[in-house]
Design a protein around this ligand. Structure first.
Ligand code: NAP
Ligand code: MG
Length: 490
């Protein structure tokens, strides 16, 4: 059934694949048995000679072995990045932009391969990798390529200069997209990079290393090294790194902040979230229900800005919950490579364990448990879409980030009450508001302590738009003009 996908370099990404990849297709995906570290423009063996497995969470099968970088490898990568910085920072801005455009175009050309690998390695539905993650990642390179020779307009009369070597550490929920968010602005502003993908999802970053090599980007400008938390810590602690950009959990973010205290390293932290998705009585309800579903079940709920706390105004609570339960019954949980799948595999056994633990906690706290009755595969890590009704503000399932397809539901009467409850949480990354009244949107979005507020929509991303948090969700912005700022001295 497979139809050839044709994309042309330079054209907009083709999003309407008429097919899902068949098992036959996945056989043709070029995957190595073993992946080395990408340092100074070449794939090199790790110092320790140690490799770890990356598995497909939908099948529990090993996909490949990936090198584990230790401190010596990190040092080698930082030295390569430092050496490359000398030339790269003096390369004309226009020239720098050309390389970044080239990376973007090569990503588009290999979009199909990227999408399938992203889905195999991380468990997200192919529809999402294909239509969101991969095109958006390429768009981040396009967008930042455009800024490369316009930095003096971005920061008029402020003489923007690169910082030097950027150490970047990313999580497993949007592996390729997070790599793009980090690498593209660093290159556009003249920095060089040492980046580490997450342990469970290293493969698209390594495919990106192939694209970067094939783009002719000078050796050492981008180094991609794989490993576990220790490898990340070695990047953070390396004395010759000028900037750390971290996306991941609040706990690790705090460790990093402590580790670099007293040094002159610059830092941005994109951390956890627990967003309120607020439905008013005057909202278009069917549209709002779709927004609730997308808000919490997109990418299995492994989304820092997921709408994981639902607030429904009392007058429409019954009808919204009934419609929500009905809609949940229609969601297909299963094979991530099937284009009809709505909810794929939980990223790892460990994460599934954490979600199941929170489900137990929620039941013990006395919230009313509801799950879709859908079938789930016997093998692999899967979780049915889950609701906790009548949750209260003090419940751990309301206060803590679960990072899975689990939604807590609270009701409210007045605007004041919902603002108070929505903000009464350690996080401040995002929020959603559903109402027919523009004035309510303006009133509320100003009062929400959230970096991103969506109105009558949810989980919409664009490279031109800054993203980032308040409070324990971190600091610094990625995307848009604001996303360049953390990579320049003014
Ligand atoms: P994590 O455990 O904090 O890991 C993030 C990255 O840091 C991984 O590459 C990890 O390596 C590495 N790491 C672990 N310990 C480290 C240490 N001591 N020093 C330096 N690096 C270390 O987070 P995760 O579980 O991968 O991702 C989920 C979290 O990311 C959620 O809290 C989510 O909200 C957050 N997130 C935030 C945003 C945002 O923009 N605000 C976006 C996406 C995700 P290993 O993989 O080997 O452990
Ligand atoms: Mg994996």
């Amino acid at each position: 059934m497979s139809k050839k996908l044709e994309t042309k370099a330079g054209l907009d990404f083709v999003t309407d694949w008429a097919y899902a990849p068949s098992p036959e297709d996945t056989k043709h995906i070029k995957l190595e048995k073993q992946y080395d570290l990408f340092i100074d423009g070449k794939f090199v063996k790790p110092n320790s000679k140690k490799y770890f497995d990356t598995v497909n969470p939908a099948t529990e099968q090993k996909i490949a072995e990936v090198a584990e970088a230790d401190e010596k490898d990190v040092d080698k990568a930082v030295k390569a990045a430092r050496k490359a910085f000398g030339k790269w920072s003096k390369t004309s801005a226009k020239e720098r932009g050309k390389y970044i455009y080239r990376i973007a175009r090569l990503m588009q050309e290999r979009a199909r391969e990227f999408s399938i690998i992203e889905t195999m390695d991380g468990g997200k539905p192919i529809r999402e990798s294909r239509d969101i993650d991969v095109p958006l990642a390429a768009n981040h390179f396009f967008y930042n390529a455009g800024w490369a020779d316009k930095l003096e307009y971005a920061f008029p009369n402020r003489n923007p200069q690169p910082l030097g070597v950027a150490g970047q550490i990313i999580p497993w929920n949007f592996p390729l997209l997070m790599a793009a968010w980090k690498i593209a602005p660093a290159l556009a502003t003249g920095n060089t990079v040492v980046i580490k993908p997450a342990e469970t999802t290293p493969l698209t970053a390594l495919k990106l290393a192939e694209v970067i090599r094939d783009s002719g980007l000078p050796d050492g400008v981008v180094n991609i090294i794989t490993g576990a938390g220790k490898t990340g810590a070695a990047i953070v602690n390396h004395p010759d790194v000028n900037k750390i950009a971290f996306t991941g959990s609040t706990d690790v973010g705090k460790l990093i902040q402590k580790a670099i205290a007293g040094t002159d390293k610059k830092l941005t932290l994109e951390l956890g979230g627990k967003a309120a998705n607020i439905i008013f009585e005057d909202a278009p309800l069917d549209q709002a229900v779709e927004g609730i579903i997308n808000g919490i079940f997109f990418n299995q709920g492994h989304v820092c800005c997921a709408g994981s706390r639902l607030f429904v105004q009392e007058g429409v609570a019954d009808i919204v919950i009934r419609k929500l339960k009905d809609r949940m019954e229609s969601l297909i949980v299963g094979d991530p490579l099937d284009k009809n799948t709505d909810i794929g595999a939980i990223n790892s056994k460990e994460q599934l364990g954490k979600i199941q633990e929170y489900i137990k906690i929620g039941k013990n706290e006395g919230a009313e448990f509801h799950q879709s009755s859908c079938a789930i595969p016997g093998k692999g890590y899967f979780c049915r879409p889950t609701l906790f009704l009548n949750a209260s503000q003090s419940h751990r399932i309301v206060q803590e980030e679960i990072f899975g397809p689990v939604l807590t539901v609270q009701t409210f009467r007045t605007i004041e009450e919902v603002i108070e409850k929505a903000n009464n949480i350690p996080y401040g990354l995002s929020a959603g508001i559903w109402t027919d009244k523009g004035s309510k949107i303006f009133n509320l979005s100003g009062k929400m302590r959230a970096g991103v507020v969506w109105a009558n929509t949810y989980n919409k991303f664009d490279p031109t738009s800054p993203f980032g948090g308040y409070k324990e969700s971190g600091f610094g912005r990625e995307g848009g003009l604001h996303g360049l700022l953390p990579y320049v001295k003014l």
